[in-house]
Ligand binder design. Structure first.
Ligand code: F6P
Length: 562
């Protein structure tokens, strides 16, 4: 069903039916659900590609799942999904197609945006990226003084940073270990300073990643990086700005490449558009790391592994597009999030990977989920009367266990969580470190068990605990988790995982009837920052500054000695 003209979500009979079902369930207990349904562990699992997904530890029955699927059908999730895959302009507020799925489609596919098959252009850019990546990896691409590139510095922010930075960490074991990779995003000069302080300009390649090429953080850092390069090369390369080449001409051409949709701005910055890797406005920033935005990653892991990752994405795209509702993993995960967010008042969702390599995974998902579904008006612009996207948070599991898991286990909040782990450690781990893997995974399984089943007062007493301590040592349990297991964290598995979450976010946005593909909410802060800056720097009068902010600006200038 088209979103336009559909009934308000909270007036749909399917929504009301879920509310009634929730009331009827009362406080469902996982202990009881498992006792009533001994085959639950086997029944509530799904296999998608290499991902084994166990959702048995959820506060659901067969009826819950049925009602959730009916809600998905009534809200037109599959219709919107098909419209997305067809290239229709489902990003209504920006009038754009949403075609990140085309970035990982095989070359033979035909996917149209504005009547044009976009697949040939996608593959042409991939080929251009591969040629360039191979040249850098092999040492064939040299800097201005003829030396090989040893360090790649990606400058971007949001989707132009989080994706490649996350995937670089995730696939560290697949990277070219003789090349150094750094990711700079923060407009805080300290970020660039720390990234560059031990690098040699003659051996450094800057990858400027910005869809719009107007983002102030990125352009500011890129401008500073260009100055650092030209100053550094000055003596050795004879290219100081005073020597004539105002924007560094040839030196910039050898040390700067751009990833963008905006050729005009790239050229205005001084980067030759020959060294620009293009993508298109139908790729959202937070959905872009499998586009040209992944160039740093491709240099790190090589074109072959990059293509394996794209194949992993595509596998889950096809699953999402074709699998029946009962077996459709992104649909299921999206609906489970709605069950907790809308019918249990859960405010947040924890993503807890049991893999050091996934240290940036949750930060990446924060943008994907919260920028997509942090909305409070529906697609027709009416205020929503239901909860939308959750607060997504988390860090690698074992570290979290010694920090915030206390609250997960014994706090007052309901926080559904995803536990993600791998059967095998990466290949190049030393044998004595390989032995630690079972301990790592034992923690994942133990946490899933403890969160679900807790420890009753009687179980605590049976351990001889003093009566006054029994309440303190009791674990209520009943905290829902999804466990996602795969054999190993390969490029393909990473692609599968990201696509799984992308489509989960899509499903939720479709049910909530919000536009998951715009991000107007980040605009106001950007505009105000530009307005306030002159007040900080020159003490300029800023019209419309509220009294509190004006006082803070005055205090800032005083503390800075201005
Ligand atoms: O935070 C807003 C945003 O537009 C993100 O959606 C995007 O990923 C990021 O800024 C960076 O934008 P750009 O790639 O255009 O520099």
């Amino acid at each position: 069903m088209n979103a336009e003209g559909r009934s308000r979500l909270d007036q749909m009979p399917e929504w009301t039916a879920l509310g009634a079902h929730r009331a009827q369930l009362g406080e469902p207990q996982l202990r009881d659900l498992f006792a009533q349904e001994p085959e639950r562990a086997g029944r509530y699992t799904l296999r998608v590609g290499d991902l084994h997904i166990d959702y048995s530890k959820h506060l659901i029955t067969e009826e819950t799942l049925l009602l959730l699927r009916e809600l998905a059908a009534a809200t037109g999730v599959t219709g919107l999904r098909d419209a997305m895959f067809r290239g229709e302009k489902i990003n209504v507020t920006e009038g754009r197609s949403v075609l990140h799925t085309a970035l990982r489609a095989p070359g033979s596919a035909v996917i149209e945006a504005d009547g044009q098959n976009v697949v040939p252009a996608v593959h042409a850019v991939l080929t251009k990226m591969a040629t360039f990546a191979d040249r850098v990896r092999s040492g064939d691409w040299t800097g201005h003084t003829g030396r090989c590139i040893k360090a790649v510095v990606n400058i971007g922010i949001g989707g132009s940073d989080l994706g490649p930075a996350m995937a670089y960490e995730a696939l560290r074991a697949y990277t070219h270990r003789d090349l150094e990779f750094r990711f700079v995003s923060n407009v805080d000069g300290a970020d660039l300073h720390e990234a560059l302080r031990d690098l040699d300009p003659a051996e450094t390649l800057f990858v400027i990643a910005s869809k719009t090429f107007t983002t102030i953080e990125t352009i500011t850092n890129a401008t500073a990086a260009r100055a650092w390069l030209l100053d550094g090369l000055g003596a050795e390369g004879g290219t100081s700005r005073s020597s004539g080449a105002e924007s560094g001409g040839e030196a910039v051409a050898k040390h700067f490449v751009a990833l963008s949709t905006n050729a005009e701005k790239v050229a205005a910055f001084g980067i030759d558009t020959v060294n620009m890797f293009e993508f298109w406005d139908w790729v959202g920033g937070r959905y872009s790391y499998d586009s040209a935005i992944g160039l740093s990653l491709m240099i790190a892991i090589g074109p072959e592994h990059f293509r394996e990752m794209l194949a992993g994405f595509h596998l889950v795209d096809e699953h999402f597009r074709t699998a029946p509702a009962e077996e459709n993993a992104p649909l299921l995960l999206g609906l489970l999030g709605i069950w907790y967010g809308n019918f249990f008042d859960a405010q947040s969702h924890a993503v807890l990977p049991y893999s050091h390599y996934l240290s940036k995974f949750t930060a990446y998902l924060q943008q994907l989920d919260m920028e997509s579904n942090g909305k409070s008006v529906d697609r027709e612009g009416r205020p929503v009367r239901w909860q939308t996207g959750p607060v997504v948070w988390g860090t690698p599991g074992t570290n979290g266990q010694h920090a915030y898991y206390q609250l997960l286990h014994q706090g007052t909040k309901m926080i559904p969580a995803d536990l993600i782990g791998f059967a095998r450690p990466v290949d190049d781990l030393e044998p004595r470190l390989v032995a630690q893997h079972d301990l790592l995974m034992a923690n994942l399984f133990a946490q899933g068990q403890a969160l679900a089943f807790g420890k009753t007062p009687d179980e605590v007493r049976a351990e001889g605990v003093a009566e006054e301590l029994v309440p303190h040592r009791t674990f209520r349990g009943n905290h829902p988790t999804t466990t996602i297991l795969a054999t190993e964290l390969s490029p393909s598995v990473l692609g599968q995982l990201i696509a799984l979450y992308e489509h989960k976010v899509f499903v939720q946005g479709a049910v909530w009837n919000i536009d998951s593909f715009d991000q107007w909410g980040v605009e106001l802060g950007k505009v105000l920052a530009r307005r306030v800056e002159p007040a900080l720097t020159d003490g300029a009068e800023v019209p419309g500054l509220d009294a509190s902010t004006a006082a803070l600006v005055t205090k800032y200038r005083e503390l800075r000695g201005r």
